[in-house]
Unconditional design. Structure first.
Length: 53
């Protein structure tokens, strides 16, 4: 079972617990999903400007 994912430009390291310890494999097709929300006086347009840099 994967318990940690490290994201890099060339792909991701998918870390798993095994009987002999911990190992990772490189997954090149994984794309993360990020969810955002706006609170208070914020707006999603403001968030988009900050995240698209």
């Amino acid at each position: 079972m994967i318990f940690k994912i490290d994201y890099f430009d060339y792909g991701v390291h998918l870390w798993s617990q095994t009987d002999s310890g911990v190992e990772y494999r490189i997954g090149k097709s994984y794309t993360p999903t990020v969810y955002i929300s706006a609170h208070g006086n914020g707006s999603l347009a403001d968030a988009h400007g900050a995240l698209s840099r």
